[in-house]
Write a protein that binds this ligand. Sequence first.
Ligand code: UDP
Length: 472
Amino acid sequence: MENLNPHVVFLPFPAQGHVKPLLKLAELLSHAGFQVTFINTQYIHRRLLLSIDVDAFQRRFPNFHFLSIPDGLPPHHPRSLEYLLPSIGSATLAALRRLLVSDLLNRTATCIIADGIMPSSAVTAGEEFRIPVLAFRTFSACCTWTNFHLSKLIEEGEVPVQDKDMDKLVTCIPGLENVLRRRDLPSICRVQKAGDPILEFFIKEAKAMLGASALILNTFDELEAPMVSKLTSFFSKIYTIGPLHAISNVRINDDRSHLASTTGILWREDRDCITWLDSQPLESVVFVSFGSIVSFAHDQMLEFCHGLVNSGNPFLWVIRPDSIIVEDGDSGQLLMDLQERTKGKGLIVSWAPQEQVLAHRAVGGFLTHGGWNSIMESTHAGVPMICCPVISDQQVNSRFVSEVWRVGLDMKDRYERSVVEQMVRDLMEAKRDEIMTMMDGVAEQARESVKQGGSSYRNLQILIQDIKSMTT
Ligand code: UDP
């Protein structure tokens, strides 16, 4: 007989852009009646407690449990990727094994939904304990497909990317022959030598992902069908359930009245910026946010600052406390300098309620680093983008935004003030009509996909059914 209460264990990578979408999916499954165990690293768990009232959360999701595990680094150590990647895999595997034999999980898990950036620990534990693993890759389908070709890119001599070859087209990724130049490959391809440890990490984890029984993507079919179709050569089951932040507000179970989600945000939001936006003219404001990880030197920040001010558009600019790279000096002083220079022209905040900002009537454009959550959120809100990619998948995403979907511009590798100014003017005036025609169409598809009967909505229902059937 079917056990109606499956138990899903979530294992996100410890970063904002990963915890947020996995937490959204976990809430949706909890609403569907599943038992959920959400495993964060201790460091992330402490930060999440700043935005979640755990008691209220527990009342709303009585079958939802948070657990926390070590990430392998001492408590006060910096947690950038270079430090985290060497330690996290083995620390996670050891912790998972302990949990799976303890009373906390005690072999009750129906399946593990593991972050696709680092699935190897879950795949190994899943094999040992005979628990199916589903990989949730929080990247776009186009970057996920690209990442599966890292070894081939090295074999063909296209990676490591040399400065002189940046504009050559990449030839060895099927389906992308006329799309990607070498400068559009993920930033890990810009290394000195093929054996680079971070590049090796991504190659190893992409291989490990093939041990998952299915792939979950925060994208929608109407946007990425060609790439999703390519990925079916690796996975017999793919669930495209994006834009996930918007699907959270959709009823998914007839016997439940509504869904509302927590944000899964690791910073304190400055909500006063919404009042400031209320006072700005329709579609006049450029929202500037580079996500949760990317940071810039002060000189680079000055280029953005001059470019934005010179464009003449009002702007709302997120500068996190750790956004400015400081060698020797005081980031507070540098921030004050930027605030002084932008006084009366724009507003600087340390963290914004981004989904709400993008949905605001005053926002007409988004200067973004091109993180995948940001692109999904902007697409759903119908806000055209200027992408200035820095790391990871952002190079691939920005190429697709400008050349494939044509819903924005790509500022890749050209961050001088004159380029910033010109691109903002193009987005807000000269090229606006042409870009908005494309964006309106894509936004409509995004909104339809998460409505009842839409593609992502249906795929979420299928995912729920498939997990239920694992308990029979
Ligand atoms: N975000 C936010 N407020 C901010 C900046 C970012 O809420 O001021 C959220 C944003 O909505 C997105 C996430 O942080 O969901 C960033 O994820 P993304 O994949 O865009 O970039 P990453 O941080 O992983 O580089």
